[in-house]
Every structure is written in structure tokens, then in C-alpha cells.
Design a protein around this ligand. Structure first.
Ligand SMILES: Cc1ncc(COP(=O)(O)O)c(C=O)c1O
Length: 393
């Protein structure tokens, strides 16, 4: 008989020990158990356009993508991604060498960080951060250096001096996210320009997560790759999940110069190899939808933002009205509360609504202790009901 597995060593390795189960699992289970309205996890409760769902179903039935698609993604989708970057931002990418299709933005983030980092490299990431960033930096053996977005004038702001001071000789990469989850901040052109100048000056790689690119409520999205000196050092990540309300299809992509795409693909091929065959064809069609689709999508979410933001303010929260994404961050201090985690755990019993405590997105837990995040990518009647329940507070 073989020796039993040693019990004095935990199964989960040290790099991932801090990442047990996510807060989303805990809060979604709580929502299910208590029959609460789940404004925790960020997925829409209505599917995207019927014609795109039909395109996916047609692809399956006509044998498009039912077998392993090409490693870089099907040509139709790569061409559509390149056309999208040109159409919305005037950025030219070669669909054959500068576009890579991934299993959602999540795989793009993982593959980019695993490909581009050596153990010990420092990565600067905006805090609060999307939870997979910390885990992927850890899996790469790299070191996370957070730069905290601070509440300012009803929103959040990036302290450019703090960002500059965070760069050391070991810094390899800036990991950006705009529009930003969970704060809803959209970095201004001045902030992006300063980030770009810093990256060029210190010769840093940049990975920028722009999955909420079509959810900017005032003005429009400005990709970091468009700033001087940035195209050659920037890996831009996006995904169909948020823009087309098909989060389960997991179709994402990377645009970057050929050497960076090749590096990211080297890691990606050993993660999923390929994914989402038939959905890739459908998303190629989705990206080519007329401007009216994108405008209506944004207008719909802007109205939902206003509905929930006003409701949260009426319930007594301090509201940081988001400029982008489908999340609202609030502060619970005016309600006499101090601990977002305890507040969120008690909220379903108190009024039948689930939200996410932002402190899980911080290294500096105290910086986010009183913040709570709410998703508004839900049907209007659901948001109205949530607002009415929150009045009980
Ligand atoms: C900032 C950010 N990046 C990436 C993702 C994941 O995207 P995908 O579902 O395409 O993997 C999310 C999803 O919530 C997100 O908020």
C-alpha cells in the first residue's frame, strides 16, 4: 500500500492559500438560501440580443466551431475584433498577428500575467481590484503592489504621485482597469496620459482590462493603447460577456503587438488551448451590430444606474455615482455602520437584498471597510423591488 498523503501540509499551495472561496460564492449562496434579490454578482438577469443567440444556435447546428477552433481564435472573430478597435477607437490591429481569442477576459488576464511575469516581478494594480488579478499575480509568483483609488468629490480618484512612487526597479507591469470594477471610476484622459507617460518613462508593460468599454455613461471610452508610446507595450483585454449580456459564453480577447500576443498565446495554449467554438462565430456577428445596439445598451444601463443610485441615496447610503461599469459603490457610514462584511452578511435577513463588501477587493482592508458594492445589470422591476426593500433600513 502506498504511504498516505502527508496531512501536515495543506493541499492548497502557499501561493493560493489566501484565496479560499470567493465572496461571490458566499453571498450568492446566502441570496439563494434567504430568497433575497442578488445585487452581488455582476451578471445580467436578461440575455443579450435574440439574433445573436440564434447565430450561436445556427453555428452549433451547422457545424461551425463544434470541433477545436484554431488556437488564436476563428478568423471571423479575430477580424471582427480588429474591426471593432478600428471602428470605435481608430486603432489598427492585424487580425492574424495582433488578436488572440480567450476564454473570457478571465483567461486573458491569467495568460497575460503568467506569460509576462517572472517570479519576484512587481505588478502595480489599482486597489480595490477585481479579485482574479490578485490570484493570477500570485500564481505567477509575482508581487502585488496596490495603488489605492481614494474617494474624492463623489467618486474615486487615482493619486498620480502615489502611482509614480510605487514604481521600483523591480516593477515589470502596470495592471489597469478602466472603467473600473468595483468603483465605477472611469480614468480621465489626463490620468491615462500620465499613466502612459510613466509607463514609457520607466519602460513598463501594461495590461489593461477594458471589459466595460461600452459602459461609459458620460463621454466615451478612451483606450490606453491609443496614447503615445503605448501601443507597443500594451496588452488590451476585453470580452463579450458584459457588452452583449452573454457572460456564460466566455468569449474574450486580447489585442496587442505580435510579440506580446505570441507570449500571451504561449501561456493560453496550456490553460484552455481553445474554447467557445460556436460562440466565437456569434460574437463576431455581435461586434458588427449597428451603433444603435451599443447606444441603447448604454442608455438602458444608465437609466438603471440612476434608479439604483437614487434608491440607495434615499435609503441613507453615501453613493459614489459610477461613471462606468454596472456597479455602484456606496459607503455605509451614514447608516451608523462600520463593517461592510458584517453589514452584507446581515442584509439578507434585514431586508432581503444581497450586496458585496468591497473590503475583499483591498489589501488595505481598512481603506474599504465601509464600502459596499451593488450590481445594477438587473431588470427594472427587480431594481425597483430592491430599492423598496432597502427603504426598510
Ligand atoms: C473587471 C473585470 N474583468 C474581467 C471580468 C471577467 O470577464 P469574463 O467573464 O469575460 O471572463 C470581469 C467580470 O466581472 C470584470 O469585472
Amino acid at each position: 500500500m502506498s504511504a498516505p498523503v502527508s496531512s501536515d501540509r495543506p493541499f492548497l499551495n502557499r501561493r493560493l492559500a489566501a484565496f479560499g472561496t470567493t465572496i461571490f460564492a458566499e453571498m450568492s449562496a446566502l441570496a439563494a438560501r434567504t430568497g433575497s434579490i442578488n445585487l452581488g454578482q455582476g451578471f445580467p438577469d436578461t440575455d443579450g440580443p435574440a439574433e445573436i443567440a440564434e447565430a450561436a444556435s445556427r453555428a452549433v447546428l451547422t457545424g461551425l466551431g463544434n470541433q477545436y477552433p484554431p488556437g488564436p481564435g476563428v478568423p471571423e472573430l479575430r477580424t471582427a475584433v480588429a474591426a471593432h478597435q478600428q471602428r470605435f477607437y481608430g486603432l489598427a490591429y492585424d487580425p492574424d498577428t495582433e488578436v488572440l481569442v480567450t476564454a473570457g477576459a478571465t483567461e486573458a488576464i491569467a495568460a497575460a500575467l503568467l506569460a509576462l511575469l517572472e517570479p519576484g516581478d512587481e505588478v502595480i494594480a489599482l486597489e480595490p481590484y477585481y479579485d482574479s488579478y490578485a490570484a493570477c499575480i500570485a500564481m505567477a509568483g509575482a508581487v502585488r503592489v496596490p495603488v489605492t483609488l481614494r474617494p474624492y468629490a463623489g467618486g474615486f480618484t487615482l493619486d498620480l504621485d502615489e502611482l509614480r512612487a510605487a514604481v521600483t526597479p523591480r516593477t515589470r507591469l502596470l495592471l489597469l482597469n478602466t472603467p473600473h470594477n468595483p468603483t465605477g471610476t472611469v480614468l480621465t484622459r489626463e490620468e491615462l496620459s500620465a499613466v502612459a507617460a510613466l509607463a514609457v518613462e520607466r519602460d513598463l508593460l501594461v495590461v489593461t482590462d477594458e471589459v466595460y468599454e461600452h459602459l461609459v455613461f458620460e463621454g466615451s471610452h478612451t483606450p490606453l493603447a491609443g496614447f503615445p508610446g503605448m501601443r507597443e507595450r500594451t496588452v488590451t483585454i476585453s470580452s463579450a460577456g458584459k457588452t452583449f449580456s452573454f457572460t456564460g459564453w466566455k468569449v474574450g480577447w486580447v489585442t496587442a503587438p505580435p510579440e506580446l500576443v505570441t507570449a500571451v498565446r504561449s501561456a493560453k495554449q496550456f490553460l484552455t488551448y481553445v474554447s467557445s467554438g460556436p460562440f466565437q462565430y456569434a460574437i463576431a456577428q455581435a461586434l458588427a451590430l449597428p451603433d444603435a445596439y451599443y447606444e441603447d445598451f448604454r442608455a438602458d444601463l444608465a437609466a438603471k444606474r440612476d434608479l439604483l443610485a437614487d434608491g440607495l441615496a434615499a435609503a441613507g447610503f453615501e453613493v459614489y455615482r459610477p461613471q462606468g461599469t454596472y456597479f455602484i459603490t456606496t459607503d455605509i457610514t451614514p447608516l451608523g455602520e462600520k463593517d461592510g462584511l458584517a453589514f452584507c452578511r446581515a442584509l439578507p435577513e434585514r431586508c432581503g437584498v444581497v450586496a458585496i463588501p468591497n473590503q475583499v477587493f483591498y489589501d488595505d482592508k481598512s481603506a474599504g471597510a465601509t464600502q459596499v458594492r451593488w450590481a445594477f445589470c438587473k431588470r427594472t422591476d427587480v431594481l425597483r423591488e430592491a430599492v423598496s426593500r432597502l427603504r426598510r433600513l
